[in-house]
Design a protein around this ligand. Structure first.
Ligand code: PSU
Ligand code: MN
Length: 304
């Protein structure tokens, strides 16, 4: 028996060969504040449905790894405090203990691949943190992209990370980093990181074909598709730079590190921008959900 339990709607979509888009839950529990997180989680699902795909939000609830949550389950997660943040390292322990936890990009990819879901939308992925040469803080998301066959649509990596180092590690790991519709690597709140993306693709169908070609070649791992934030929602890089600097200093002063660091920085940046960072985050994640639905639709129209 499969260890990932699809919701009835997700199971039906998979059985019919209809498009499905996986969604993570750490963005709900650790990435955005209550009560906006609940409203946004619902809007992301709605955008996936409008794109003709079935949303499959992934989480561990009472020891069961689920792909596709009922609205009440999403609401409970969004309100809960102290929910575990599960990456590859934590998933089995949480399930074996009958625990509840939100899945990061890495853990969501694992669940998606097990369920037969090839496309996943999120906001930003984890990466190489600034100062990683001292702290060794490199997100497990990068390694996961190199071994689990899921195409992840994100708005790039946040400028809280070291973007050049993140690109270097992805290259070493053999992960295709594709900018959608432009040459520059997007940088989450901003459309450009000031770096050229290694690859550029302009058509969802081409992205789907590349995903399947990788599989046919017997190469493990997925693809990272970086989708620039919609222009009207962009926060210029120059505006974010001092905010990020301040948030990172605060993290250091408070001795925040390890898996607590990313959630801390997101919350601090939200406070320092008086909510503007969240508005941008919402706009980009909805755009990513829409693009992922298009890629998923192309994927299911390809020969198996
Ligand atoms: N980046 C964001 N928002 C998020 C995250 C990253 O812009 O919510 C979450 C994702 O779940 C990602 C995780 O997988 O943080 C990475 O955490 P870490 O850096 O501890 O690997
Ligand atoms: Mn980390």
């Amino acid at each position: 028996m499969s260890l990932v339990t699809p919701s009835p709607a997700v199971a039906a979509a998979l059985a019919d060969g209809r498009p499905v888009v996986a969604l993570e839950s750490t963005i709900i529990t650790h990435g955005m504040p209550w009560p906006q997180n609940l409203e946004i989680a619902r809007r992301i699902e709605a955008v996936v449905r409008e794109g003709g795909a079935e949303p499959a939000t992934v989480a561990v609830l009472g020891g069961t790894l689920r792909a596709g949550l009922e609205d009440a389950q999403i609401e409970a997660l969004a309100q809960a405090r102290g929910v575990a943040k599960l990456s590859r390292a934590d998933l089995a322990v949480c399930m074996a203990e009958g625990g509840t936890g939100a899945t990061t990009v890495a853990a969501t990819m694992i669940a998606a691949a097990m369920a037969g879901i090839e496309v996943f939308a999120t906001g930003g992925i984890g990466g190489v943190h600034r100062g990683a040469e001292q702290s060794f803080d490199v997100s497990a998301d990068l390694q996961e992209l190199s071994q689990t066959p899921v195409t992840v649509v994100a708005a790039g990596a946040k400028a809280i990370l070291d973007l050049p180092k993140t690109l270097e590690v992805l290259e070493t790991l053999g992960v295709p980093v594709i900018a959608y519709g432009q040459d520059a690597l997007p940088a989450f709140w901003s459309r450009s990181a000031g770096l050229r993306a290694p690859l550029r693709m302009d058509e969802p169908g081409a992205i789907a074909r590349a995903h399947r070609m990788r599989r046919r070649l017997g190469l493990p791992g997925g693809q990272l598709v970086t989708n620039p934030i919609p222009e009207e929602a962009e926060i210029p890089r120059a505006e974010m730079t001092p905010v990020i600097g301040r948030a990172m200093q605060d993290a250091e002063d408070h001795g925040i590190h390890g898996k607590d660091l990313t959630p801390y920085l997101l919350q601090r940046i939200y406070e320092l921008t008086e909510g503007r960072s969240l508005d941008a985050n919402v706009a980009l994640v909805l755009a990513n959900a829409a693009l992922a639905a298009r890629i998923a639709a192309e994927m299911v129209s390809l020969p198996a």
